[in-house]
Design a protein around this ligand. Structure first.
Ligand SMILES: [Zn+2]
Length: 415
């Protein structure tokens, strides 16, 4: 199944146009709740102007385009036109613009009245670049937004998040009214650049995203004894850093056994002077896995290794959880359709989890069947002006998403 009306080259040229009007020599500048972001949204509205769609901004500032169909059951296609400062030209807006092209095709195919309703959503402030809180609009939509935390956030100039969003017509205390958007939502699809090197290394253009990874984030404190670096023989030391150093090696073995990724991202020693054995060493551990049981095993293995290293070195160890989130697996049937769509488009497909969180995770948490598709990132780099993807691959991603939308529409109708 392919749709001859779909013009993926138009998507690429529109993305270039958006880059032209909202970027500079340092990259994309569409930070949410700023003038440039608002200009990008006006441009987007202009692109939709020729279609018989209803446009509205919900209580959280998410921008919706609705093509009403015979049924109120709706297929949602989402993305985010906001960027980080000095961002890339594809992150977030590829998703939206692919959605626009798919909406055009569906409108043409069904002469303005598809069998189900089609909605495109541009989520507000996915990046959280200004207030340090990502997924603002989609977490308001899912109902998961922590109001107390968000209410207290301020930007670099001391402007509070509630004040900033008020300037764009959003009453902060009512943002969770955006949960109304869940009504009749039958499925959600999101395309995104991979933002990492996996597809690049495989030499493949597209992947099915199985879900977003669960995360375990911990602080691990080893305590030994400070001692003179000249007078203390090696066999008499209680060296807290030694145990921590063994941990930083061990996480490679843990991931070799279980998959996933582990990072020791910080290491602080005390007293931290050149003439003393380390008395106390604090490291952080970030573990991510798509499978909850494997994530639990990774954590258990890391804990038991830390106890073993502590005992070997005559030091103690304590763990403190900083944050955790469960894996959010996407919908199995939609994963199947996504794989078919990719195979029909480029003959080869890959399945992978997403390490970063995306708006799609919030939609899935709201109980709406969800799947994402990744397209290869050149350099494996994002949130940087060098972020790029081959135009061929961008076009394939639009065609594959279009096929996925077709399959998902049929599925919604059949339920
Ligand atoms: Zn993004």
């Amino acid at each position: 199944m392919a749709f001859p009306e779909t013009d993926p080259k138009r998507t690429v040229s529109e993305l270039k146009e958006l880059r032209e009007i909202t970027g500079d020599e340092d990259g994309a500048q569409r930070v949410a709740f700023t003038e440039t972001w608002s200009r990008a949204r006006d441009w987007l509205k202009g692109k939709m102007a020729g279609l018989p769609v209803e446009t509205h901004t919900d209580a959280a500032g998410n921008l919706w385009f609705t093509l009403r169909g015979e049924s109120e059951k709706a297929l949602l296609i989402g993305g985010h036109i906001d960027s980080v400062p000095d961002g890339g030209w594809l992150d977030g807006c590829l998703n939206v613009m692919a959605g626009v092209e798919i909406m055009r095709r569906i409108n043409a195919e069904y002469a303005g009245k598809p069998p189900i309703t089609i909605k495109i959503v541009d989520w507000a402030d996915e990046e959280g670049a200004r207030f340090g809180k990502s997924l603002f609009g989609s977490s308001a939509f899912s109902g998961n937004l922590n109001m107390d935390e968000a209410r207290g956030l301020t930007d670099r100039d001391g402007i509070s998040l509630p004040d900033a969003v008020a300037g764009y017509g959003v009453d902060f205390e009512k943002v969770k009214d955006a949960t109304e958007g869940q009504k009749n939502a039958a499925a959600y699809l999101e395309l995104h650049i991979e933002q990492g090197p996996v597809l690049l290394d495989l030499g493949q253009p597209l992947a099915v995203v199985q879900g977003t990874c669960g995360v375990e984030r911990h602080r691990i404190v080893f305590k030994g004894q400070a001692a003179h670096s000249g007078s203390t023989p090696m066999n008499r030391r209680k060296d807290a850093l030694l145990a921590a150093a063994k941990m930083s090696l061990e996480i490679y073995a843990v991931t070799a056994r279980n998959g996933g990724v582990c990072t020791v991202g910080s290491c602080i020693t005390r007293p931290g002077i050149v003439t003393s054995v380390v008395a106390e060493c604090t490291i952080t551990l970030d573990q991510r896995h798509i499978d909850a049981a494997s994530l639990a095993t990774m954590l258990a293995e890391a804990k038991s290794a830390s106890e073993r290293f502590a005992e070997e070195g005559g030091v103690t160890v304590e763990w403190e959880r900083i944050w955790q989130i469960a894996p959010e697996p996407f919908h199995p049937e939609l994963i199947g359709f996504c794989e078919e769509a990719i195979l029909e488009t480029c003959g080869i497909s890959h399945r992978m989890p997403s390490g970063p969180l995306h708006d799609a995770a919030e939609v899935s948490l709201a109980g709406i069947p969800t799947v994402m598709m990744f397209v290869q990132s050149l350099h494996g780099i994002s949130h940087n002006k060098i972020e790029d993807t081959l135009e061929d691959h961008l076009e394939m991603s639009v065609l594959a998403m279009d096929r996925l939308a077709g399959k998902t529409m049929e599925w919604i109708l059949s339920r």
